[in-house]
Design a protein around this ligand. Structure first.
Ligand code: SF4
Ligand code: SF4
Length: 686
């Protein structure tokens, strides 16, 4: 008895000592990051809810039913099996130990055994999943491609060891008369039957050996976890609790002060992240928390089309760099002026950095709420603002925005040309917005200047006019919101654009804005407030839905056919506008909606976001081709969307597939208008 106590406590002391030292080191390392923006200590109620739903309820994991259930049972199992760890340590001191009050109840015995068995079954499922999706068999298609698979197998083995030794010593306890539970602990009693013929003496040895083995594996697992990707077992709840709420989508996390006063003569000011210690502590925590599950990778449009970017590998590479630079980070060596190669290209290849469309699929999917986009943009900011390095072709786009106010460089004088085909006047707001004009229609550069996107804007204008909605435009006073510059990393140009636009809107006394472009919508609604621009912004799909549901627009029989709706990333995932466009299509009597396999939260990018619209796409397959092939596969005769970028990208790919005679790409407003073409007499306004 004394020996097993000494061995049990000795093993535990050594293991806890090693793990404790490692966790303290990790704490210091992560704390060495910059302050997190926005603060992670506000919105406590939301954080508590996320903890309950995402960690306790395993919400994101359960979206993938089979692996989700296996993970949930393992998580819940390990949480409840904490009771058995308490019992194991109690048994070291007293062989017939039981937890006071509850330690002999049938329900506790049953729950412990049930979850022990459930964890074992779950481990079997994990093995099957890992074999099925083995990187060796599936190569890049495997979500585990690039993950540390050997460590994962070792973890599965260790968890199995914990459960097997647990059941063994409990079964032996049954036979030695030390087990506190009756037959409700079904698994322990079942195995006890098999061990009973060995006699009490052998069972007593099994009890001691299995108990000590159980403690050794659990504490050894603790040490292993502290040095492996399975750190997420302890870090995931903290990462989820400190993530941006409601989610790390929509606006970018930080809006650095780009004013000259903030920069001054201080050579130490760094914009973005050029070395690992430039990231915030939350970003460093993200890196340490990644489970290498590959869910993000499996959804990433860049990875799925053969580009070198995988959000998982990006986070893993940064984590490796964090750990290998730990001495420098902990010594705060920036102050000593030590020369360090910048993250790009020494850790992150430029092709990886510039492949991101900022679509948000990775952020949406990540079960531990890692904020990939903010990390990618921080590295882009450093490249652009500190090193003046970016793809050559982006230079033209940036210069055009700077000099002409739009990415194509067509100039402000062309911004009203789209109104010329309309049979009514659209007021151009030159001073303040007239009192009888309810909305300012923010047309956007693509909507005003691109031939195809204009059709969507014109149809929207006609729909608004028909429904009796009063609106005006800024015409030549409208300028690029700065979104492409911001997503490319040129925060300086973005803020210049944003401040100028805010001044224009405020001087025009605008309060309510309609946006057609989801990128403009996102900037105006979510990002301008950080610079003092607070407007009530509505996307045209929301307004059309409202007008249809109020009966101010009545879809008719002018369109008959099958429609598949493509979710623009900045409307759907980034701003949760999934239902309104679908409800407009549903209201068209002749339209049959068919969904693509990847839709709503799992929608696949068109390839234009993150300023990719203006960058060459020479690596792998074109993202718009991949998406359009999926759309064509539905057999729909109309691909509808609610974003000018998506319209252009998908239309290009339909033409590249020589399908333009069979399939049309239409903005939601064009589809609605077409449906009303034979029913004009039935609309309230006609
Ligand atoms: S935002 Fe989209 S493109 Fe960028 S890494 Fe994430 S999934 Fe890939
Ligand atoms: S970033 Fe998130 S989704 Fe991607 S591998 Fe890591 S834990 Fe999984």
């Amino acid at each position: 008895m004394a020996l097993r106590l000494a061995v049990g406590l000795g093993i535990s002391a050594v293991m806890f000592g090693i793990a404790g030292r490692r966790f303290f080191w990790l704490f210091r390392l992560i704390s060495a990051g910059e302050p997190a923006v926005p603060s992670r200590t506000v919105n406590l109620a939301r954080r508590a809810k996320a903890e309950l739903v995402e960690v306790g309820g395993q919400k994101k994991l359960l979206q993938w039913t089979v692996p989700g259930l296996a993970h949930a049972f393992t998580f819940w199992g390990f949480t409840l099996l904490l009771l058995t760890i308490l019992e194991a340590y109690g048994d070291l001191f007293q062989r017939n130990f039981h937890i006071p009050l509850i330690g002999r109840t049938a329900v506790v015995g049953f729950v412990e055994d049930f979850f022990a068995v459930a964890v074992l079954v779950s481990l079997g499922v994990f093995v099957a999943i890992r074999v099925k999706h083995s990187p060796k068999r599936e190569n890049r298609r495997s979500r585990f491609f690039g993950s540390h698979t050997a460590a994962a197998w070792l973890v599965l083995l260790m968890i199995s060891g914990v459960i097997v030794t647990l059941l063994l010593y409990r079964a032996a306890q049954v036979n030695t008369g030390n087990f506190p539970y009756g037959w409700w602990a079904f698994a322990s009693h079942g195995i006890a039957r098999a061990l009973a013929p060995l006699g009490t003496g052998v069972n007593s040895v099994i009890e001691t050996v299995a108990l000590l083995a159980n403690i050794a594996i659990i504490t050894g697992f603790l040490v292993f976890v502290s040095y492996s990707k399975h750190l997420h077992i302890f870090l995931a709840p903290i990462n989820v609790a400190t993530s941006r709420r409601p989610r790390a989508l929509g606006a970018l996390a930080s809006t650095p002060d780009m004013s000259m006063e903030s920069v001054g003569d201080d050579d130490e000011v760094v914009f973005g992240a050029g070395r690992i210690e430039d990231f915030s502590w939350k970003q460093l925590l993200d890196m340490a928390t990644c489970t290498e599950c590959g869910r993000c990778q499996s959804q990433c449009p860049a990875w799925n089309t053969g580009k070198p970017l995988s959000p998982k590998l990006l986070i893993m590479d940064l984590r490796d760099n964090l750990f290998s630079s730990a001495d420098r980070v902990l010594a705060n060596n920036r102050a000593t002026g030590q020369e360090v190669e910048s993250l790009v290209p020494s850790v992150i290849d430029p092709d990886v950095l510039w492949s991101c469309t900022t679509c948000g699929a990775c952020v949406e999917e990540c079960p531990v709420d890692i904020e990939h986009i903010d990390t990618i943009i921080d590295m882009r900011r450093y490249e652009v603002l500190m090193e003046s390095k970016f793809p050559t072709e982006a230079g033209l786009m940036l210069r055009n925005i700077e000099n002409q106010g739009d990415p194509w460089g067509l100039g402000s004088s062309k911004r009203t040309a789209w109104t010329e085909v309309l049979d009514f006047d659209v007021p151009v707001v030159s001073g303040t917005i007239p009192a009888d004009v309810e909305y300012l229609y923010w047309v956007g550069c693509a909507g005003a200047l691109d031939e195809r996107a204009r059709k969507g804007v014109q149809a929207t204008a006609r729909m608004l006019h028909r429904a009796g909605v009063s609106f005006g435009i800024l015409g030549p006073r409208e300028s690029c919101t700065g979104d492409p510059a911001r997503r490319l990393g040129n925060e300086y140009l973005y803020q210049e654009q944003a401040r100028a636009n805010i001044e224009t809107l405020e001087s025009a006394q605008v309060r309510k804005v309609i946006a057609t472009c989801p990128h403009c919508f996102n900037s105006l609604a979510n990002e301008y407030p950080a610079l003092g621009g607070n407007f009530e912004v509505i996307h045209h799909s929301q307004l059309l839905d409202h007008l249809v549901s109020e009966g101010r627009l009545s879809p008719g029989g002018g369109y008959r056919g099958t429609v598949t709706y493509h979710d623009p990333c900045y409307l759907g995932r980034h701003n949760r506008i999934f239902d309104e466009p679908r409800s407009v299509i549903d209201a068209i009597p002749g339209a049959t909606q068919v969904e693509m396999r990847r839709c709503r939260e799992k929608g696949f990018c068109c390839g234009a976001g993150g300023a990719r619209m203006w960058l060459e796409e020479n690596l792998g397959k074109r993202v718009n081709m991949e998406r359009t092939e999926e759309a064509l596969g539905t057999g729909a005769d109309v691909v509808s969307t609610a974003c000018p970028y998506c319209m252009i990208m998908i239309d290009d790919a339909v033409r590249a597939n020589a399908k333009e005679d069979d399939v049309r790409v239409l903005d939601l407003s064009q589809l609605l208008e077409e449906s009303m073409s034979e029913s004009a007499e039935r609309t309230p306004q006609s």
